[in-house]
Design a binder for this molecule. Structure first.
Ligand code: ADP
Ligand code: ADP
Length: 233
């Protein structure tokens, strides 16, 4: 079963004077349960690709199927629904809401889905426990270390039990110890069945992936299977 299936995906940005080709024909298939790392130099199109896969942006050309749905033909409303029900985002800068507590931040995706209060309490509690942050439930993001903030962000990204987590440089603002902690949590979620697609500059983070896709000038130039992760299974 494919979570992501793109064919000849293209993205051009046009400003008054220049046209930039950010994606120049990307064919990418990602099966359910995979952990894929996307790597490549700055400006090669990684963020653009992740934004399109996350339905935050639309391709200029090509096709994109998400869980069998043809996204190129979907309306904005249909895309928003697919996004809320199936996607969790993790960012380099955590993107938590400073005015809300840990617990309230994590509950947000469930509020958008209209989950009942009792069910929300239960699922937020489980997510906090999985991430080891239940004792910080009433703290505000600024009262937490970077590692803790990212664990809150991962709890928020997974509380709705999405099919896919998209992570953009999830360890970019963390020291190596907390970075490894976050990568371990992401692999545990992956082991439990969630598909993970991660953009990273860090070769040690990419070690956690099953497959590494290398982008250059908006195209996939090489793909490597991570022998260590496959051999370990
Ligand atoms: P990466 O994430 O690998 O650094 P990006 O996807 O951010 O690469 O960018 C790919 C190319 O598209 C770059 O040349 C960048 O300058 C250009 N680009 C990205 N976003 C925009 C935008 N909103 N408008 C114009 N050009 C953009
Ligand atoms: P952890 O290993 O749990 O991520 P750290 O070792 O980074 O936590 O921090 C230890 C404790 O210090 C944390 O539980 C946190 O409450 C507090 N702390 C760390 N950084 C900050 C900060 N920038 N502002 C406020 N409190 C912090």
């Amino acid at each position: 079963e494919l979570v992501i299936d793109t064919k000849n995906l293209q993205k051009r940005y046009v400003t008054d004077t220049v046209e930039t080709t950010a994606l120049a024909g990307v064919d990418l298939k990602i099966a359910k349960g995979e952990f894929v790392a996307i790597m490549g130099p700055s400006g090669c199109g990684k963020s653009t690709l992740l934004n399109i896969l996350g339905m935050l942006d639309s391709p200029s050309d090509g096709t994109f199927k998400f869980l069998g749905h043809d996204i190129s033909r979907a309306t904005e409303r249909q895309r928003a629904k697919l996004r809320k029900e199936n996607l969790g985002f993790v960012f380099q800068s955590f993107n938590l809401i400073d005015e809300l507590t840990v617990e309230e931040n994590i509950a947000l995706p469930l509020a958008y889905l209209g989950v009942s209060k009792a069910d929300t309490t239960k699922r937020v509690q489980e997510a906090m426990e999985r991430m080891g942050i239940a004792h910080r439930r009433s703290h505000f993001p600024q009262q937490l270390s970077g590692g803790q903030q990212q664990r809150v962000a991962i709890a928020r990204a997974t509380v709705s039990n999405p099919a896919l987590i998209l992570a953009d440089e999830p360890t970019g603002n963390l020291d190596s110890v907390h970075g490894r902690e976050v990568m371990t949590l992401l692999s545990e979620l992956n082991d439990a069945g969630t598909t993970v697609v991660m953009v990273t500059h860090s070769p040690s983070d990419a070690e956690y992936a099953h497959r590494i896709v290398n982008l250059f000038d908006g195209q996939i130039v090489t793909e490597n299977v991570n022998v260590k992760r496959h051999a370990a299974e």
